[in-house]
Design a protein around this ligand. Structure first.
Ligand SMILES: [Zn+2]
Length: 84
């Protein structure tokens, strides 16, 4: 899957691809491992900022945390709905 995004490294709009990579985030003092979707510039291979995917990542981290530590996901579901 390829998309057009402005790349800060190349300083022009480039063809980018969406990749899924394992990543570890710290959330409420816990290390949370997720599979993160991110936009990568096909020219320089650097990560390109993407509002939608970056907020999706935060929602995923919160959800994994909730599943792992047995918290209710209700308030995270609310967060998810608001990000659309
Ligand atoms: Zn680039």
């Amino acid at each position: 899957m390829s998309v057009k995004r402005y790349c800060e490294e190349c300083r022009i709009e480039q063809t980018c691809r969406i990749v899924e990579k394992p990543a570890i985030y710290e959330f409420r003092g816990q290390k949370i491992e997720i599979s993160q979707r991110m936009v990568i510039c096909t020219e320089c291979e650097s990560k390109v900022y993407d509002d939608e995917l970056d907020s999706e990542t935060m929602v995923t981290v919160a959800r994994v945390y909730a599943e792992k530590y047995g918290l209710t996901v209700d308030k995270f579901a609310l967060l998810e709905n608001n990000s659309n």
